[in-house]
Design a protein around this ligand. Sequence first.
Ligand SMILES: Cc1ncc(COP(=O)(O)O)c(C=O)c1O
Length: 402
Amino acid sequence: MTSPAAMTRDELMQLEDRLQLRTYNKLPIVVERAEGSWLWDVDGRRYLDFYGGHCVALLGHAHPRVVRAVTEQSRSILFYSNLVYSPVRARAAKKLMDLAPCEMKQVFFCSTGTEANETALKLARKATGRARVVAMDGDFHGRTMGSLAATSHQKYRDGYEKVFPETVFVPFGDEAALREALRHEAGVAAVIVEPIQSMAGVTTAPASYFQAMRRLCDEAGTMLVFDEVQTGVGRTGTFSISDRYGMRPDMITLAKSLGSGVPVGAVLVNQKIADTVGYGDQGTTFGGGMMAMAAMEATLDALREDGLMERATEIHDRIFDGIRKYGGTLRGEGCLIGLEASRPVAPILKGLRDEGVIAGGSLDPNVMRLMPPLTATDEEVDFFIDAFARVVEPMLAADHED
Ligand SMILES: Cc1ncc(COP(=O)(O)O)c(C=O)c1O
């Protein structure tokens, strides 16, 4: 067999397709390297990545601070678990808690978003002595059994529902339905919500809804979990989107951007939750490992010292201003943007790829998602807008001819 280094793009794709379980419908791009907002494939073709490496590359790809931190960390120790203390973990935890809302008092480290949500749901059960969970229609919380139980999309649930914990779904944004669900006689352990439902098509709800959610959870003695796996770490312009809504959940789950590509998940908890947690209540080997902590520390340093969170709104506004004239509905906050078109977006996404731009789809065939990095320059945003215009203008012109 030819060695992978000497293989062509097609051969590499065939090899992966043959060896990897076909759980992902991949783009036909074989990425070799990435830097900032850009990717290069094995043939040297360049793409502007406004899908952000699956909503991970919040600081762009290979941010120099993160690369330096993980390189230096790798020279001293790659990994040891929470069985021991570690300088990088102590420092990184402090920096995380300094950026997090002040009501968040402690953190549990893990490696992925689904694991963070599983942990939050377990902690809510422990804190309340109840089992029932309320989630929202349209929510996506992950693929492991607990998080999947709170994920409403049937396409992910099919075949697994028998083992799920008791979970009910209410319409996102419907205060009366939430009030009703919280009246269940056995009580509700947790309300879990994706404050912007990204996968569902970047669906939002007003601040007043989240404030009511807080009040209703307090009245019911229910723990409120914000799944900020996508919205968190400054993507929407504030470290937690709860800042925008003028309320606080009891727990915030984070992952994706937190390690700039090195897997890091975290559950931030308030004092009420922290007081109920004891030795052995939760655990995971890799959570808080040194490479993860070094990547997180560098990510947080860059976010704070380079003032990157402020950039979220500027990028957002520039994109909105640039593509508003083509119609459709624009949604989202900061660097989590949805465009609902009056047609399926698949041909637009394909056209963008041909123009050298990667953007995302969603579970709504008419909604495309943009997750540009906070480090994107105005010129890069304009590159996207120009490519979008070249793709969409002929489609709109053809509509007029029909
Ligand atoms: C809002 C949200 N929660 C949880 C998850 C699960 O995260 P992970 O894939 O890291 O388990 C995702 C992943 O896309 C997500 O978007």
